[in-house]
Each structure stands twice: as structure tokens, then as C-alpha cells.
Design a protein around this ligand. Sequence first.
Ligand SMILES: Cc1cc2nc3c(=O)[nH]c(=O)nc-3n(C[C@H](O)[C@H](O)[C@H](O)COP(=O)(O)OP(=O)(O)OC[C@H]3O[C@@H](n4cnc5c(N)ncnc54)[C@H](O)[C@@H]3O)c2cc1C
Length: 394
Amino acid sequence: MNSSNAFREEVRGWLEDNCPASMRTPMVADEYPGGGRRAQYKNADTKLWMDRCAERGYTVPSWPKEYGGAGLDKDEVVVLQQEMQRINARPALVGMGLSMIGPALLEYGTEAQKQEHLPKIARGDIWWCQGYSEPGSGSDLASLRTSAVEDGDDFIVNGQKIWTSGADNADWMFCLVRTDFDAPKHDGISFVLFDMTTPGITVKPILLISGYSPFCETFFDNVRVPKSNLVHELNKGWTVGKRLLQHERSMIGGIGGGQKTTSIEEYALQYVGKDANGKVADPVLRNQILAHRMSDKAFGLTMRRSVEESATGTAPGAVSSMFKYYGTEQNKGKYELLLNVLGTQSLGWQGDAFEEDELGTTRAWLRSKANSIEGGTSEVQLNILAKRVLGLPD
Ligand SMILES: Cc1cc2nc3c(=O)[nH]c(=O)nc-3n(C[C@H](O)[C@H](O)[C@H](O)COP(=O)(O)OP(=O)(O)OC[C@H]3O[C@@H](n4cnc5c(N)ncnc54)[C@H](O)[C@@H]3O)c2cc1C
């Protein structure tokens, strides 16, 4: 048995002994394992699974052990993902800590910042939110105007962020602020971290038509942030901010795998029925499903190749825009097909006439529309690809 097979056996055995049965079922909306100081666990297994994985470094398997990871190499991470998918294990922990600020701190944080924040992220102790967008600064993020003025050992932060996902439940924020108003716009930005309980922060959830409030307006009124919470150099925050966006885009685009969900074929066989050969009865739908599956497979292989070619095994630079663009289009396409399959059963919002699963699919279809906006719109990704990957003129 070679070392890769031995590792697979070891992982398989560990998962068998440690992944609770309810964590091998499809994820449900109110059981997402975001962690944080204020987390409440409807299903106790969610926390148990998180703690067991954290103890073994499996919430952040590629991170070094001293920061809470398992120190796995790229091939071992792939084996772990495959074995988790094999038993349909839910992710043990999700969120911006794990997939965005953690990797950015590994690259740009001071040793003290890594020691302070990374183990807490790996354990799911802290829920992070992202203070990037402002009214008037979305796609043109570098035009942001939230200010941070030096005052002794601190910065004093004033201004406003918008669309801050989960800010009302978050423990800490990573935030882009302007520290030089005279420099060209990309050169006057700094990247800071702060505890959301710091005096002067007000969070107002934005009520959406769906009845949910996933985003907030976040206001800063003379918020005192220690200078030790500056990540990287003063006025060089755009470098960190951009890098973090690449991690975010890779995550939204789908790098890293995830839990298997019911396939479109399974739904189609259930809702549309089978022909004499046991295939999906509708030939047009069958072709659409096949085309989608082929694109999915090709996309998966391209992502895998890109991760293998990258030095870190994580964010592949400007190419993350390609994953973000294509991955989100695929995801939207998947939900369009699922709605076709469900037919009139996809028209429900609530009520006994619809199964929970059907209502969930309809809501997920609506949510998929936001994929091509969050983390930078599709148009912005195409601009980046034109400039940074294809080298076309501005
Ligand atoms: C689900 C979700 C979660 C989010 N979470 C967060 C969060 O946690 N923190 C945070 O800071 N922000 C968050 N955002 C905000 C998100 O980053 C912005 O919505 C996004 O960057 C677009 O900015 P905007 O909404 O201001 O649109 P605008 O920039 O006003 O764009 C409007 C339209 O113009 C197009 N456009 C703009 N500029 C160009 C150009 N140069 N070329 C071609 N087309 C262009 C855009 O593609 C878009 O279609 C979230 C958004 C969503 C949908």
C-alpha cells in the first residue's frame, strides 16, 4: 500500500468513527455551521462535528498545525475532500473566516495576528464579516471613502459600509478604509480588523422583499481601532483586499468541492418519469441535463488542474475570476434546470401543497441569482479576465 492509499484508509476510518449520522444528510438551511460567539445549534451534532474536525485540523486541513490546521499537502486535501464526499458529509465549518480572512492573514498577517486569529477561525470561535462595499462603491470598490485617521496608537474610523452580510451576528470585521485621501485611489487604502463590539459601530439589517435580512448597513462613528490591527502596510491595503477577493471568488466559484446534493437526474426521474430504457422520459430535458453535466465535469477538471498547478493549492490569482464567472453561471443554470424539472411544484413560496425540498429548491434558485453579484459582478470578472489574463488593452 502506498502512502496515499494509507492516508485514504486512515481518513476513511476516522470519518467512519467520528462523522455523526445526521451530518451525513443533505444540509438544511438553518443548520449551516457558521460558528461564532453567538452561534446557536439547532442540531447538537453540528457542533460535535465541528469540534471533532477542528481538533484534528480538518476544518482548515491545509493550514499549518500551529494555526489550527492539519498541515496536509494538496494531494492529501483532495483525498480528504473525496472521502467526505463519499459519505456525503456536511462541511464541518463554513464562513468568511475560513475561506477569506484566514488565507489572507496566512499570507499578509504578522505573527501576532496569525497567533491571535487563525486558531479561533479554525475552531469556529469567531464569525467574521466583510466591510468592503459602500453606497457608491461597489464595482468601483477602490473609490471607497470610509476614513481611518491616525491618533496615537489607534486609527479613528468614520463612515459607512453596505451589504455587509451577517454583520448583525458577526464578532469581528475585516474592513477596507481610506488612510490617504490625496494619493491615487488604489494607493490610499488600508486593511484593518476590529471587534464588532467596539464602541461607535451601529448595524442596521436591511429587510429584503423575501422577509429575510441577510445584509446590513454598518455605520462607524469615531471607532477606535488599535494600529496593531492593521494588516500589511499602511496604504497598501488594496493588495490584501484584492487577494482576499480572489479567495472569495474561488470559494463562490466552487473550488474545494463540497457536499453532494441531489442530482438533476434524480429529480428528473422522480418528477418527469422514465422511458422504457429507464432514462429520463423527456428527450429534450435529457439533452439539457447531459450538456450541463458535461460542462460540470469539464469545469471540475479545470479547477482541479488549476489548484494542482498553483503553488499554494488555494487561490489561483486572476484566474479566480474565471472560476467565479463560470461557476456562478453553472450554478444558475443548474437551478434553471431544476425549476424546469419541478414544473408547477416550483411555483410555491409556502404552504402544504409543496414539499419542504421543493420550497428549498425555489428559494435556492432565487438565491443563485446573487452569485453573479456578490464578490464582484460577472461584468467585473469579465473585465478582469480581459485585462489580467488575456492582456487586452484597458
Ligand atoms: C448576496 C450578496 C452578499 C454580499 N455580501 C457583501 C459583504 O458581506 N460585504 C460587502 O462589502 N459587500 C457585499 N456584497 C456587495 C457586493 O460586493 C456588491 O453588490 C457588488 O460588488 C456590486 O456592487 P454594487 O451592488 O454597488 O453594483 P454596481 O457597482 O452599482 O453595479 C451595477 C451594475 O453595473 C455593472 N457595472 C459596474 N461597473 C461596470 C464596469 N466597469 N463594466 C461593466 N459593468 C459594470 C455591474 O456589473 C452591475 O450589473 C454582497 C452582495 C450580494 C448580492
